[in-house]
Write a protein that binds this ligand. Structure first.
Ligand SMILES: [Zn+2]
Length: 468
């Protein structure tokens, strides 16, 4: 499968290969469960994929007979001796050339295990039990996944709750059946004897670790010289952060649990501000984010570091005198103060709001934009809770916004914070309603990808003066 041309490809100058076999199968939802290790410069954990066959069963079978899709197993069977690869032991010897291959786009990931998740053990299917029972009899497992993926948008909370429960379900016992292989640009998975995407497992769990030199993450130091990491608009997108499908048509929703050192803040694209909770065993904080709008995997943004919330003029006024005389890390910008960290006995608002609420028992804190069109705006996309269908959201000139910065730049970052309301209102007047419900701005260190190389940084002595 990996040609010589692919191996020599330079992501800085060439088009990226699109390997994911979206003609046959699509990822509908990702559940990421990751731990950030700033000391080792890796992120480790797992991602659970919810997969849906693409096209009709008959069509897929004909296609598979024709050419085995772009996931041609023929070349994979003879990987080049020099290519760096990870593989379950039986890939080459399996003789599985007739089996269907799921192909995901990825790069520089160290995959340790791929398993099929047994979601039949998931209990508590509020509101959809009748239908579930019916389809379970037909074909366990995969049809439960189908039931979840096809829930209508007004039931997105139930859907996300079920995604979450399924993602922590145990694996299917007979794991000998599932094999995987990685080359430079892809992860490939087969199940022995499964020749069609329609019979392929619909819920897969992939255990992996990023690599310190992987191209999706920038591991560096902030302006206070403290460790941080963020996705920095990489030419390889997020392929070195999690295995995904990159072709533009492959859009998915996702939810993510991130564990990070307690003194760090975790910022991520998502529909709500996360309220972290403490994990008593590790001392780490756990952050939860999610989106309900299907989006390309490349739009997922993540940043973890020792940043502080830039206080608004009003909430800083009461403690400004104290802050002036306090040591770094104190004052009104503490993560703990500003983000209301919960103890383990409490819960994050988002994560467990899903678990508590039935569809009839909507948590009023969570904004649900799934109401009927009341503004004459109609969208032609698939079914999801769309802000454009909600007049209240569309007339919102200013969405909730925050600015995060390293301690030495907190004062100066006030300028950015003060400008944002006017910027947001201007954008609204020119472009119309904001497509997303909130905005976080992070002041990162100078770097080529953040256009920070446009001018020479000041000499070290001047930097000290600035930070004082
Ligand atoms: Zn819409």
């Amino acid at each position: 499968m990996e040609t010589d041309a692919d191996a020599e490809l330079d992501p800085d100058t060439d088009d990226l290969p699109l390997r994911a076999n979206i003609e046959h199968i699509l990822v509908r939802h990702y559940v990421l469960d990751l731990t950030v290790h700033l000391d080792r410069r890796v992120i480790s954990g797992n991602v659970v994929l919810f997969l849906e066959p693409n096209g009709t069963e008959a069509g897929a079978l004909v296609e598979a007979d024709d050419q085995r899709g772009i996931a041609s197993a023929k070349d994979v069977e003879k990987p080049r001796a020099s290519s760096k690869k990870a593989s379950s032991h039986s890939w080459e010897s399996s003789g599985g050339g007739e089996d269907f291959t799921l192909v995901l786009d990825c790069c520089d990931l160290s995959v340790s295990k791929v398993e099929e998740v047994d979601i039949t053990s998931v209990s508590g299917w509020p509101g959809c039990s009748a239908r579930t029972d019916e389809v379970t009899l037909h074909r366990p497992g995969s049809t439960l996944a189908q039931t979840i993926m096809s829930l209508p948008s007004e039931r997105w909370k139930l859907q996300h709750q079920l995604y979450s429960q399924c993602s922590s379900a145990p694996s299917v016992q007979d794991q000998e059946q599932l094999r995987f292989f990685t080359d430079r640009w892809s992860l490939q998975v087969r199940k022995r004897g499964v020749r069609s995407p329609h019979n392929f497992p619909q819920v897969l769990r992939i255990f992996y670790e990023t690599t310190p030199t992987g191209g999706s993450l920038r591991w560096t130091q902030d302006q206070d010289l403290r460790s941080c990491v963020y996705t920095a608009g990489s030419p390889i997108n997020n392929r070195a952060l999690f295995p995904c499908m990159e072709p533009p048509v492959a859009m998915s929703t996702w939810q993510a649990v991130l564990r990070a050192p307690a003194e760090c803040v975790v910022l991520m694209s998502g529909e709500e501000q996360a309220v972290p909770r403490q994990e008593s065993s590790s001392g780490f904080l756990i952050w939860f984010y999610y989106v309900t709008m299907p989006m390309p995997a490349s739009t997922l943004a993540l940043a973890v570091g020792h940043w502080h919330l830039v206080p608004t003029a009003s909430n800083c006024a009461s403690s400004s005198n104290k802050a002036e005389n306090s040591a770094p890390g104190e004052g009104c910008s503490d993560v703990a103060d500003s983000l209301q960290i919960h103890s383990e006995s409490q819960t994050t608002r988002s994560e467990f709001a899903f678990c508590r609420s039935s569809p009839e028992d909507e948590d009023p804190v969570l904004t649900d934009y799934s109401g009927p069109l009341d503004d004459g705006i109609s969208c032609s996309h698939g079914d999801y809770p769309c802000r454009f269908s909600e007049q209240r959201a569309m007339s919102q000139q200013e969405i909730p916004h925050r600015v995060f910065a390293p301690l030495c730049l907190l004062q100066r970052a006030q300028l950015v914070l003060n400008l944002l309301p006017r910027c947001l209102a201007a954008a609204h007047s020119v472009l119309g309603g904001h497509p997303f419900s909130r905005l976080d701005v992070l002041i990162v260190t100078a770097g080529f990808s953040s256009l920070g190389m446009a001018r020479t940084p000041p000499p070290p002595s001047m930097r000290v003066a600035l930070s004082d």
